[in-house]
Design a protein around this ligand. Structure first.
Ligand code: NAD
Length: 347
């Protein structure tokens, strides 16, 4: 029924309302800027602390600011005149990063603390915070055949050290800004996002990109060898970037979800070995697998329970992993080839 359709940004905002997106030099926020631009929004402010030549994507016609939003004054500048603020800036990466750099991850608390205050003071109507499945209680994720995590499973709290606790605390900040100050906050717990324009080498990349690159390398150098972190049995679900962008839009503009953390993830659970099977199928190439049991590997299993998002939005991320991985693999193969001939690529 038309009146039950989830609202999108164009249902609530004028095309010249100012949208502020932080972390826009990175994967998801950079893609979100392009998503709004493609919908015809003419005033988008993209913010990131990286120098412009390090941004993964620059959308033409978008105001780009280089600001470190862990400082209050920079947040005030970033939020000036904003109708909506999407805060996706965070120091993060795959397991290799978040297990090693817990202090860096915890320090992202400064970003959300200053950004939400600046957004509220600037009179923004809505504020989006990108939380994570790492906010869930780790005791529930020991088994590779884990039950999917539902929103209430974050409590009693026992989040992933560093990164997970920062996300959980920042969720609470968002909830209280609504309760006490009336700022409409949206909180999505992302489960592993992948796709073109994401990081694929250098230490922050996640399993889909890392394994794709390793298969491309093994094919290219003729070694056929791929090293897997852990024993390959750990399970995860992976959400394609287009689903993530659509989900952010619907969650942000749903009044029923104000200040209510919600899963934004695929429920297609695979083991690391199965993910590699899919990549081998796309590459048309079989690798020799070895397992590094001492490498960072994270919890045993983690999946997204999508009961709540289906009930409230009548929607869930549904791009099949194979289809999303085919596009991602093709993009990484292109970047790999460009780098090999000395062209500058984004990592
Ligand atoms: P990303 O690393 O590609 O992008 C994050 C961006 O934030 C980077 O460009 C970085 O330079 C910027 N940033 C960091 N600190 C900053 C600061 N102080 N000031 C300004 N910019 C700063 O990461 P991503 O995958 O695009 O993730 C975006 C958000 O989604 C993050 O909040 C992350 O925690 C969350 N998230 C991502 C995933 C995933 O699978 N990618 C899963 C769960 C949650």
């Amino acid at each position: 029924m038309a009146e039950n359709k989830p609202k999108r940004i164009e249902d609530l905002r004028k095309k010249d309302d100012l949208l502020v997106v932080t972390g826009a030099g990175g994967f998801i926020a950079g893609s979100l800027v392009r998503y709004f631009h493609d919908k015809g929004f003419s005033r988008i402010r993209a913010v990131d602390k990286k120098s412009f030549d390090e941004w993964y994507q620059r959308t033409p016609g978008v105001e780009s600011l280089r600001l470190d939003v862990s400082f209050r004054d920079n947040c005030v500048k970033a939020c000036e005149g904003a109708a909506e603020v999407y805060n996706l800036a965070a120091d993060m990466g795959g397991m290799g990063f978040i297990e090693r750099f817990r202090v860096e991850c915890l320090r992202s608390v400064l970003i959300n603390t200053h950004m939400i205050e600046a957004a509220q003071k600037a009179g923004a109507d809505r504020y989006f915070f990108s939380s994570s499945a790492c906010a869930y209680n780790i005791d529930l994720q020991k088994d590779t055949r884990c039950l999917a995590l539902k929103e209430s499973d974050a409590y009693p709290a026992n989040a992933e050290r560093g990164y997970g606790w920062e996300k959980l605390f920042s969720e609470i900040v968002c909830q209280e800004y609504w309760a006490e100050r009336g700022l409409k906050t949206a909180i999505a717990r992302f489960h592993n996002v992948y796709g073109p324009n994401g990081t694929w080498d250098g230490g922050r990349e996640k399993a889909p990109a890392a394994l794709s690159r390793k298969v491309i390398e093994a094919k290219d150098n003729g070694s056929c060898a791929v090293e897997i972190w852990g024993d390959g049995t750990r399970t995860r679900s992976f959400m394609y970037i287009d689903d993530c962008l659509n989900g952010i839009d619907m969650i942000m503009h749903c009044d029923e979800l104000v200040a209510s953390p919600i899963n934004l993830g695929s429920s297609e659970l695979v083991s690391v070995n199965e993910l590699l099977d899919i990549i081998e199928g796309i590459a048309g190439f079989k690798v020799k697998r070895s397992y590094d049991l001492s490498a960072p590997k994270g919890v045993g299993g983690r999946n997204s329970d999508n009961t709540m998002i289906k009930r409230i939005l009548g929607w869930e991320p549904s791009t099949p992993l194979r289809a999303g991985m085919a596009k991602t693999y093709a993009w990484i193969a292109e970047q790999y080839a460009l780098r090999k001939v000395g062209k500058k690529v984004v990592l």
